[in-house]
Design a protein around this ligand. Sequence first.
Ligand code: NAD
Length: 515
Amino acid sequence: MTVEPFRNQPVETFATPEAQAAMRHALREVRARFGGHYPLIIGGARVDTPRRLVSTNPSNPSEVVGTTAQAGAAEAEAALEAAWKAFPSWSALSQEARSRALLKAAAILKERRREFEAWMVYEIGKNWVEASADVAEAIDFLEYYARQAIRYAAGAPVYPYPNEDNESIYLPLGAGVVIAPWNFPLAILTGMTAGPLAVGNTVVVKPAEDTVVLAAKLFEVLEAAGLPPGVANFLPGLGEEVGAYLVAHPRTRFINFTGSLEVGLKIGEAAARLAPGQRWIKRVFLELGGKDAIIVDESADLAAAAAGIIQSAYGFQGQKCSACSRLIVVEPVYEPLMEQLLERASRLTVGPAEENPDLGPLASAQQAETVGSYLKVGQEEARLRLGGERLEGAGFFFPPTIFDRVDPEARIAQEEIFGPVLSVITVPDFNTALEVANGTRYGLTGGVYSRNRDHLEKARREFHVGNLYLNRKITGALVGVQPFGGFNLSGTDTKAGGPDYLLNFLQMKSITERW
Ligand code: NAD
């Protein structure tokens, strides 16, 4: 197989009139297809259910983007059965054949890029650029894992030994379950699915309830790319019902989960229990939340810091696990930095995602409720400097919010809010800043703005996060460039988009023949 070296897909900025026109066209086309219904896909067959999941537009929740079937226990059984049935032939295919299927899927997604962005704008409220970044990342995952998988086909090098032939080969695990969040409805879902598939596993995919239409669209792409029936099965349903059922099932070989800490811990616990008839220890990958901080010291370029903090805190309304939700600033630059932040944040626009504002709506009524309740907590715990209340309008619109004088132990400094809320903590010096930054149970992303070499080096050594960024924003990890995954309770550090990711879904068999 000869393919170009991996390169990240560029994100569309929509700066040109042509790009804007293409996006408006895609939005119109997609809107005309609102209300479609998507059944489950089990072993290649469409399966409908009496119960449905309804996906609405968070910019205007009275609009139904689409509906899907809603799986229960019987469909989960059938999907696992189909995945195991497909496993022997999929795992026996040549690595090139499997990689080609993923590369073909990437090619189809590239062609349908604007359309996918438009679905995302409507289904989860990303603005155009955020939607473009999400689709680009999904393409990257397909392209990257297709190439990385080739590395494992040759097995691992071992030393020769007299009178013996020794080899170590990599084998896939079997049929596993993918359980995804709504906040990167295409990128994370695609990455978590493509990784295990690339190296010969088969999967049952349980997307998040709020983004089932995008998940159905991904399955259109996988089918068009020629993925054999049963290799990936589409199983939308309720997390606590069908998700929990799949997790506890004795035939589930591995669980690839991204979502909240609370659900992740439950999954870890349930998966550790041996179910009757179960013949293996389930492998469990849990990528969870964050309470990510940016530190700004007295030597920093404050304009660059302000720009990076705004992007990190308010991109996709702060609904990223990597979002900056704590700013830790040393006393001498607190006032001037605050001034720049308030000025920039107050200029951000909020509105329906299809109009491409800086901030679209929060993703759901549930998100609006949680973030709204933290705004109340914040007003009790700290000083409100900007925003603080839900905005008028049909959608779940919230303004950029800034609290300062936040105690490092306050709830708004410790708990993941997952909204456009920044907690500003002032500290006397850089060492204290690092202590505060490391002072939560999470450890996903973190950043430092500084021109002090000692500080930057100290942060490299001591800032305990899976993804550390110096003098730039802390969101937007690129596949193949910044492998992504968290420390501590942020997760099991699977490092999505990294060179070791696929090993998670392989087991090594050592074979020796004595002559
Ligand atoms: P969530 O935990 O509520 O849901 C995630 C998925 O789990 C959904 O598909 C849901 O249906 C399912 N689920 C819910 N209960 C379940 C159960 N008992 N058993 C099995 N499955 C169940 O998370 P969310 O609200 O969709 O996503 C937001 C969270 O995800 C945030 O905490 C965010 O930080 C985190 N996240 C982490 C990363 C990362 O890479 N570390 C990336 C994106 C999002």
